[in-house]
Design a protein around this ligand. Sequence first.
Ligand code: 9YW
Length: 419
Amino acid sequence: MKQDLIEQARAVLVRNDRGDYTVPTHGLYPFQWNWDSALSALGFSHFDEARAWREIETLFRHQWDDGMVPHIIFHEMNDGYFPGPDVWATGRAVPTSGITQPAVAGFAVRRIHARAKNRALADAQARALLPKIHAWHQWFYTNRDPQGTGLVAIIHPWESGRDNSVDWDAALARVPTEGVAPFQRRDVAHANPAHRPTDEEYRRYIWLVQHFRGLGWDNSRLHDASPFRVVDPGFNAILIRSCLDLAALADDLGEAEIASASRAYAQAGIAAMDALWSETRGQYLCFDRATGELIDSPSIGGLLAAFCPIPEHRAQAIARRLDAIGAAVPYLVPSHDPAAHEFDGLRYWRGPVWLIVNYMIADGLKRAGQTRIVQRIVDDSLRLIEQSGFAEYYDPVTAEPCGGSSFTWTAAMVIEILN
Ligand code: 9YW
């Protein structure tokens, strides 16, 4: 059974392999996505280390001069996705989007390096990637935390990787839609519209893209100029964890300066994170930098915070919260609290389970010693795969597979979990 699943997962990765990068899934997402690549490389690394390194190498080949690593790289033209390169208009030879995504590469590279069988290759690749990943982290803290609070903001819901989370509703409602050029969505031709963001959300997403494009994609201006500036605990936890992992890797490779700078970022982030804790909700919450208030939305972003080191009593509280959620739905971890009225088990990031987030929450809670709830998350993840295949996401109540099928990072997580 286990070997069968691994074989099936490998076949998904191979099918979506385009040589130097993988597409998340055929049809719906025909390009390279940032955090998909970093997480998918973990899957490749179990059967082809060279291919795993190449995935991340390709991603960083398209890093911007200012250090940003874009969220999409449009390697080949394909009009099956909107918004394409013409809408982003970032002026790059190989077109990219103009925003970023969760900085999980530092974590992935450290993990792949630590367990690599080909040590010479791993050292060479890690050494080449180290300054690039560090430059990306520096870019984050310089451009997305201009006041030096210790935590970075996202300026577009797409940056979070949790596109239509309830977390963004109020902040996104303040984004205008006037002047948005007419467009035709392509995603709804590949996936059930009831499982995707709404047209209204898309108009606001595109307004932000047009706004940033009008500012020449100058990252030194975008943060302050964006009406949407949200501090996401999950996003920050991923960045903090990557800084810590990069520091450990830098120690291994004798790069003391990168190690100490990375640790300083992580320490400041960990200290600042506690202000996002909600005693009432028993989890972390997002913070709206435009209004200066916490966003009272009990989403998975506040549980994913456990991916970075958090105080022991906070990890215990998150485990309790997961127990309560796990009593309400058969499959952990829904992307939004099933008890909240906004919960929608089929609609993208407003309820469904995503295996990559399960993996990161489980990893963090394992380090925090919360083994019982970790086992539940792992068991639920594998039950979803056995019942519903390698889907993009799943209904936490019925296990219905949603979104794209034969999904790369879902398959990669299965290989990672089962090895
Ligand atoms: C989109 C590729 C991406 C993920 C995001 C997810 C979705 C793309 O797919 O966004 O067009 O909506 O939300 O996290 O990287 O798998």
